[in-house]
Write a protein that binds this ligand. Structure first.
Ligand code: HEM
Ligand SMILES: [Cu+2]
Length: 544
């Protein structure tokens, strides 16, 4: 069994959404289209473009650390680079990420719907996204690029004469795009499920998007308001966060993390949803503990909104607050662990097919576990006081956000691109790219865990000699990682133009998107969707 099986499509031939001839054609047929599949693809290409820009900036920062002293940039440039890298990766790649691209394309089909609840608002959310992106990139050309870090801590963000206000305005627009996407998904999942698609017949990807959407709608306004307050304080000099004017910089940290910690679940929950789709398909077994996984998505969203203070153990907050936030941080690890346990249990006695989507899913479980466990370590007061603001933290969040969500994104790309385009990529090249990325990733970030534990501070453009060997290994690791990333993108881009046509269900998936043609027709379903009690129940004739 394997990928790339060519099976000519039986049944009525309908034009796919790619060949759709509406009022507009050409590029306008895309940027004026309210079809959820086209909007998903608009997001996908936008996201990947910004990801590549973010990777480029990251590699240059690593190059700066190839030697001690100045290598390729001065300290001020390094400050702007980690700020821009963080802002791009967080607000332009990972937060819209899987929901905006794959959620938009796949989720309505998975629940048996023709589109999302508000198609025009959906298109407007992409316009907001692109406007925010342009504003963020414009800061490159006028005035100094913001140099505060992606966390915009006060009072420095109030006082620095770099382009903080424009960057925050960009984050405000991107936040609004995220809120509208969340609103659309909550309404769609409540109102547009096919008649016999009950809550516990829904794929777990939909549950993950549902929990994510509530965080997008409830938490994002807080960062929006905080951004406006910083801009107002910069423009009008009113003392909200600047102690010199009677303001409170700790208040800024609370407001920032009350959003930004739940935001890490906007980042990771959709990726967890992808893994819950891929594992049962390539283990050819139904998922272990469906309801536990569904509920754990909701639990993560709920408890995850109560732990933000673990970013502020050394900010001077009270000892009681530290203990309470530490305890809650340990609690939120439990629903994540349930998911990992259930994915691994699904593999038990499965007939495992190690095609590319499965390899990325397995890498996710490995890397996310390292990220999660170092997160629990960071939740412990004694450890945190020692490694706060060091490379240990930088490595931790790259393990969860890149190792977790990034590899989850790549698993989704390899799993659903054949469905979205009707084309298959080269499996052998996909495997080589995967291997380069897994080896490069650990060669890059694992030494950073050790450097941080030995005291290497984050956000420094230079390093002391005792950290030099670790930095050289990490930089070489980043080259291997990036070689894998580009080989993957090359292989997928080549499939778009030269790939073999693939069938309706090349992987033997059991959820509804595998019942529709590849690529799907405009209104998704040619036949009445067949809804199963267990969305992952394998009947052995899943048409592949
Ligand atoms: C090949 C890809 C990547 C490379 C080479 C890279 C490299 C780096 C480097 C060198 C830093 C600065 C460390 C310091 O001096 O403190 C950094 C910080 C950061 N990275 Fe990455 N990174 C990559 C991918 C990602 C991804 C996928 C994400 C998230 C989705 C991400 C998010 C961040 C954030 C939020 C920061 C902190 C910025 C700040 O301090 O304000 N990175 N990265
Ligand atoms: Cu946190």
């Amino acid at each position: 069994m394997g990928s790339g099986a060519i099976v000519e499509e039986q049944g009525p031939t309908v034009s796919s959404f790619l060949e759709y001839r509406g009022r507009f054609s050409g590029i306008f047929g895309w940027i004026f289209s309210t079809d959820h599949k086209r909007i998903g693809i608009l997001y996908l290409f936008s996201l990947m473009t910004f990801f590549i820009v973010g990777v480029g900036i990251g590699v240059l920062m690593r190059l700066e650390h190839l030697t001690t002293g100045q290598t390729i940039m001065d300290p001020q440039t390094y400050n702007s680079f980690f700020t821009l890298h963080g802002v791009i990766m967080i607000f332009l790649f990972i937060i819209p990420g899987i929901p905006a691209a794959f959620g938009n394309f796949i989720m309505p089909i998975q629940i048996g719907a023709e589109d999302v609840a508000f198609p025009r608002i959906n298109l407007f959310s992409w316009y907001l996204y692109i406007s925010g992106a342009i504003l963020a990139l414009v800061t490159l050309f006028i005035g100094g690029v913001a140099d505060t870090g992606w966390t915009f801590y006060a009072p420095y963000s109030i006082r620095t004469n770099t382009n903080v206000s424009l960057t925050l305005m960009a984050a405000f627009l991107l936040g609004f795009s995220s809120i509208l996407t969340g609103l659309n998904f909550i309404t769609t999942i409540h109102r547009l499920r096919a008649p016999r698609m009950g809550w516990f017949n829904m794929p777990l990807f939909v549950w993950a998007l549902y929990a994510t959407a509530w965080i997008q709608v409830l938490a994002t306004p807080i960062i929006g308001i905080t951004a406006v307050l910083v801009i107002l304080e910069r423009l009008l000099g009113i003392g909200i966060f600047d102690p010199m004017k009677g303001g409170d910089p700790i208040l800024f940290q609370h407001l920032f993390w009350i959003y930004s910690h739940p935001a890490v679940y906007i980042m990771i929950l959709p990726a967890m949803g992808v893994i819950s789709e891929v594992i049962p398909t390539f283990a050819r077994r139904t998922i272990f503990g469906y309801k536990f996984i569904a509920y754990s998505s909701i639990a993560i969203a709920g408890v995850g909104s109560l732990v933000w203070g673990h970013h502020m153990y050394v900010s001077g907050q009270s000892y009681t607050a530290n203990v309470v936030f530490s305890l809650l941080t340990f609690l939120v690890a439990i629903p994540s662990a349930i998911k990992v346990f259930n994915w691994v249990s699904t593999l038990y006695k499965g007939s495992i097919d190690l095609s590319a989507p499965m390899l990325y899913a397995l890498a996710f479980i490995f890397l996310f576990s390292i990220g999660g466990l170092t997160g629990v370590m960071l939740g412990a007061l004694a450890v945190n006081v020692h490694v706060h603001d060091t490379y240990f933290v930088v490595a931790h969040f790259h393990y969860v956000m890149f190792g977790g969500t990034g590899f989850g994104f790549f698993a989704a790309l390899h799993y659903w691109l054949p469905k979205m385009t009707g084309k298959m990529y080269d499996e052998k090249i996909a495997k080589i790219a995967w291997l380069l990325m897994v080896v490069g990733f650990n060669g890059f970030y694992f030494p950073m865990l050790l450097l941080g534990y030995q005291g290497m501070p984050r956000r420094y453009y230079d390093h002391l000699p005792q950290f030099h060997d670790g930095h050289v290994i990490a930089t070489v690791g980043s080259w291997i990682l990036v070689a894998g990333v580009f080989l993957m993108f090359w292989n997928l881009a080549r499939a778009l133009f030269k790939g073999k046509r693939t069938s309706r269900n090349p992987w033997g998936g059991t959820t509804l998107e595998w019942q529709v043609p590849s690529p799907p027709p405009l209104l998704n379903f040619v036949h009445e969707p067949e809804i199963r009690k267990d969305p992952y129940g394998h009947t052995g004739n899943d048409g592949h």
